[in-house]
Design a binder for this molecule. Sequence first.
Ligand code: SF4
Length: 279
Amino acid sequence: MFPNDRYIDYWKRRTGHATTTVFTTRGCPFSCEFCSNAVFGISYRERSSENVVDEVEQALSFGYDRIHFADDVFTLNRERVLKICDEIRRRGLRFKWECLGRVDSIDEAIANAMKDAGCDRIYFGIESGNDSVLKLMKKKITMDKARRAVHAAHDAGLTTGAFFILCYPGETDDTVLETLRFAVSLPLDYLSFTVPYPLPGTALYERVKGRILKEWEAPDGLISDHVLIFDADFSENKMKFGILKGEAQFEMKKRFGVYSFPVMKPFEILTNIMFRLMK
Ligand code: SF4
């Protein structure tokens, strides 16, 4: 009943791939302070590897050639991920797929198994480049784990992406700048910086709900999609400047690689000073 041909046509024209989503789990047992997992809950439920790959096979039979595993944390149960990879290979299915992973559930062995089974991209929620801020966020990961995971995925040949939150309540100028430096130092192909959003239902919302200024609404800005909705420790302009600064440093690194130092260092020093001077 679903107009698959129209979706496939749209995605092929837009990205060159016919992509669809599959959920293999529901929920996440972690309680990161900012996270919207109130939607699927903290009770973690899994589908069996056979059941997951049956659905993948059905999607492929409709003409899709790429699967986005849209679970909160696809890699949470290592044995289950290995079983899904085995099942994909056992059935001889040829398609590309991507997923979201936690940095504490990826190592070289699992990254290689995923690559062998057709995975070509993984996204990590790293969020901060400072261990105290990671604790404040209740992420239950460390910078060291994040670095190891990104390197493991990169070395296995996966395209790597990561998400970071800048200017989280409780941060200082120093920790924000550390996050930017850490993010740019990782072997990432894609990264995203955002401002903190205290979503109703999250522990972060409870912490700052007395400071909420407005409801989130679709942004109309040309430069940035980010909207500050609470009275934060940093001004909206400072947050946006931090995001643009991080994106510029990341682009320089991508463009010039190991030769980026002479361009990036003066830019970093100058923009660090500007960032610290902003309210
Ligand atoms: S951020 Fe990720 S690991 Fe943390 S609660 Fe949300 S889904 Fe789970």
